[in-house]
Design a protein around this ligand. Structure first.
Ligand SMILES: Nc1ncnc2c1ncn2[C@@H]1O[C@H](COP(=O)(O)OP(=O)(O)OP(=O)(O)O)[C@@H](O)[C@H]1O
Ligand SMILES: [Mg+2]
Length: 342
């Protein structure tokens, strides 16, 4: 099992928890050699949590990949006249202000041609993925990692990392069928990420700011608990699971409706139906979620395990802890796929 590339750390800095995966690319595929997590306390001290994690885990490398998300990250799918990748990079600088709510000079932009030949009434056009991230967010994120002594190699976007993790898992199970449409839903603490894929290509992404914190708030209101207590009670309600389920149901319905709106938009735009829904993220563990989603979407809702995409190095990791936590590692595993480039 000689490493073909040097190991890297995939660091998913969530709003409530940091997850770190140390991976190498070996002859057996992407191999996990280390794993750690740290909660970000109620003081929102992310740097303290990263430092704590690094001290605990003593990873072999400081080279890391990470991702950003939130309102400073803009993803757009735009139709443009056909042109080369190089011309596109120039052209988009002049057109970007039509699509993004920030000054072009304040963002880092990237583009990718998704479909080269889109039927259009006039000229031949192509569908382009445009990603713009505010420079201030990137700088903030890089500083955080550098302060913790880490060397960031690249920054990804949560939604695409999620897609990469899904594709990696599928690659070990016969691959993605190129025409199949699925929705990936990652429900974290602050936000729910929606990414609709046809085959390996993302056709729609959106973040809904409705997630774990809102469920905690619903529990806190119903049972009159402090936020920290409500957080613990939500995850471990003992024999009051039914009461918790009842308390969170209206919020769960709201989330289901928001996701359904995204499905409707996609289905109208592309005349294709979302066939299956794959759920991940810490809040996917909520009691009653599967039932509520299946009822709302009338489709199969699958809780998938992102770790099925990677090899776990024997003896290095407590696999029981890892497996219990697997659903929260989708973004991390997606970031880990970058080891193949570095
Ligand atoms: N057993 C459980 N039942 C219900 N909710 C849970 C459970 N375990 C964890 N959670 C919730 O999962 C969330 C953390 O999940 P995750 O690590 O995916 O979020 P994050 O990445 O920190 O947040 P975000 O992606 O929104 O920035 C928290 O809101 C937590 O309350
Ligand atoms: Mg997250």
């Amino acid at each position: 099992m000689l490493g073909r590339n040097k190991p890297i750390l995939a660091i998913d800095i969530g709003s409530s928890e940091i997850k770190a995966l140390e991976v190498s690319d070996t002859s057996r595929g992407i191999t996990l050699t280390g794993f750690g997590r740290a909660r970000i306390g109620s003081q929102n001290d992310t740097i303290m949590a990263i430092n704590e994690l690094m001290q605990q885990c003593r990873f072999k490398t400081k080279r890391c990949v990470t991702s950003v998300s939130g309102r400073s990250v803009i993803v757009r799918y735009v139709d443009m006249h056909q042109m080369s990748e190089e011309d596109l990079k120039q052209a988009i600088r002049f057109e970007a202000d039509k699509y993004i709510p920030f000054e072009v000079d304040d963002v880092v932009m990237d583009t990718q041609i998704l479909e080269d030949n889109v039927a259009s009434s006039d000229q031949a056009s192509m569908r382009v993925l445009l990603v713009a991230v505010r420079k201030s967010l990137i700088e903030e994120h890089l500083l955080l990692l550098q302060e913790a002594g880490l060397s960031p190699l690249t920054i990804d976007v949560d939604a695409f990392a999620l897609g990469n993790a899904f594709e990696l898992r599928a690659s070990r199970q016969g691959g993605l069928s190129p025409e199949k449409v699925v929705a990936l839903i990652d429900i974290g603490a602050n936000k729910t990420n929606i990414n609709i894929l046809k085959g390996p290509v993302s056709y729609f992404t959106r973040e809904v700011y409705l997630a774990g914190n809102d469920f905690t708030e619903a529990v806190s209101r119903k049972f009159n608990l402090e936020p920290d207590e409500a957080e613990r009670f939500k995850a471990d309600p003992g024999d009051q699971a039914t009461d918790v389920e009842e308390a969170i149901l209206p919020t769960l319905d709201d989330l289901g409706n928001e996701i359904q709106l995204s499905f409707d938009y996609f289905e109208n735009q592309f005349d294709r139906v979302v066939e299956e829904v794959y759920v991940s993220g810490g809040s996917a563990r909520l009691p009653g979620l599967q039932r509520a989603f299946e009822g709302a979407f009338e489709k199969s809702v699958v809780f998938w395990n992102p770790l099925e995409g990677v090899e776990v190095a024997a003896g290095k990791i407590d696999t029981r802890v890892l497996e219990a936590y697997a659903g929260q590692l989708a973004v991390g595993v997606g970031l880990a796929t970058r080891v193949r480039r570095w």
